[in-house]
Design a protein around this ligand. Sequence first.
Ligand SMILES: [Fe+2]
Ligand SMILES: [Fe+2]
Length: 694
Amino acid sequence: MNVRNNHEMPSDIEPLKEDPGETEITLQSICILEASLARFASALPDSLESHVLPENDYLPQLKEHSGETRIMELVSFLVTRDFLERFRLDLWNWIKDSPLREVRFIVLSDTDLDLKAVQPLPEELIHLVLPEEVSPSILVDVVRNALYQLELRYERLSLQSRLALSTQEMRRIIRVGQAMSTERDFDRLIDLILQQARELVGADAGSIYVTESPRGNEKPQYIRFKKSALELNANEFLLPIDTSSIAGYVALRGEPLIIDDVYALSGDEPYRFNFEFDRLHNYYTRSMLVIPMKNHSGEVIGVIQLINKRTNFNKALKLDEMRSGHVRPFTQKCNEMVSALAGQAAVSIQNNKLLQNIHNLFEGFVKASVTAIEQRDPTTSGHSFRVAEYTTHLAMALDRSRDGIFAPLSFSPEQIREIRYASLLHDFGKVGVREQVLVKAKKLYEHQLELIQWRFRYIKKALEKEYLDKKLSFLKDSGHTGFDYYEKYLDLELRDRVREVEHMMQTIEASNEPSVLESATFAQLEQIAQNRIRLESGKEVPFLKQNELVSLQVRRGTLDQTERLEIESHVTHTYRFLIQIPWTSDLRNVPDIAHGHHEKIDGSGYPLRLRGEEILPQSKMMTIADIYDALTAPDRPYKRSLSAEQALDILKIEAREKRVDEKMLDIFIEAGIYKTVEPQSFQAETQNVIRVTG
Ligand SMILES: [Fe+2]
Ligand SMILES: [Fe+2]
């Protein structure tokens, strides 16, 4: 037990050397007379405490300096020269023995005092040398004078030290305030407040409660236990803001509470101390200082509860010491100092919570935006979330690597967050790409293919009509003679021509698939397009229009050049969208990181055709994640899903060709980053929204 947290604190907060919350020191003036000078004792005023040393006993027994009775002894010694020379060493040790002891010697001697003979006693301790036959009244005056001088000296030193201590405390409270205002991590902030409050007044233990935000305009009902200085492994729990606990009572009243000894409470107090705590944790609570943390509007943001003020400021208490009275009460000064700290703590906690709310709000906005975008192409559902996971994991792996090329590279938690936002939003610019291009599964759009199919039906009908016309004119001109033979001949010819047209349509339909186009088919399409059909109006229409031919002649994938450029423009749209956002300084690189996600190391990427070092490392990581996810993502109409091995093989080729970073890819593979996300994951994020929005 009594293990205490030792968190790292900001290095510029110096530890307090003295206990600033100490009780006042009282002064005690004493006159000590050597046995042979006892005759002067009766002359001393009754108000002055005096001791005559017994024969051969040269060291006076004075006050016990326990922590609770802090008495500064101002001692005037009345001694003979002989006595001083004989016992100088013992006296010097006795003087040095207590820091709360100031001594002056009044020496009776008819001869001059040899200062060397009384060393190591310093000269300034010899107040005066008087003749042995000095009158008692003069002697009393000298004794008083010596003590008065000591008193003045003590007052001066004490004022100086109090001033120094206040300055030190003030500086410390300001430093702690600065440290608190810059601490973004809520748990570390709570640690900092608790540790500093404890150190400020030498509290052995303590805990922090934070007011639970109420709904709407309701009054807060609970405080949440956040942290104990004792390592209790206690989970967070809620306490009602009422009189059933001390922290709840202080949160209710909004006033500090000082309890000198909880075991001396009468039971009539308006609050209850939970003695179970001591029993459960093998601790002994005696003194308490419980301070509300209030914001500028006077609202209680939380409670600092400090327990057991130590007797020795820098030394932890043992259980038996707590029980046997080695605990001191907290003073009014402790209250003032912790209250000053609590005010700053309240503001920091509130700022931290506000910041967290802003983060949550932004996080929610980013997720909603990404989900909205992915809804336009449900087959890519979850892509951005998975890319964000892969990229941040890769960044953390690079940050961990202590040797090799990435040793100097490090990413702070803020930079990881920056990478995450850039990854989540990297494809946001797809909002500027027409949906039909985005989801284009075949080389021809549906409506284009339908038009061609109707055209070919028309061509077939036109052929049939052409042959029927031929038959009709034969009958008109020549009658039935030889018609049978002629009809058979025409039917055979028509059948061949219809077959030819059907074959053309089959070629078109086969070419419409996103597979790689053979050069023979390429030429066939060219030939098909050269055929024309004459409409009844006399206008001639090609079997395939130029735009249809261009689409069908795409050699790989489904997009023609214009569509490919349109898709590629999503990166520029992303960048233009992201630079509109007033990013905070720790997220300022989000637009640039996202802008680089299609750049390739050899300069073959887009849109800026950056090369090598011109591309941010964060973008290079995202490129690997983006390609990997695109390859392994569940089937899309235009692309089948690849296994992890196949995808990594393709990435390895990309790395060999100097398009993606080879070393980063090594870590992506070796550290198993590619396994950190399931290819199907995050799809639900989009599906949920689809369900909600219909
Ligand atoms: Fe992209
Ligand atoms: Fe992407």
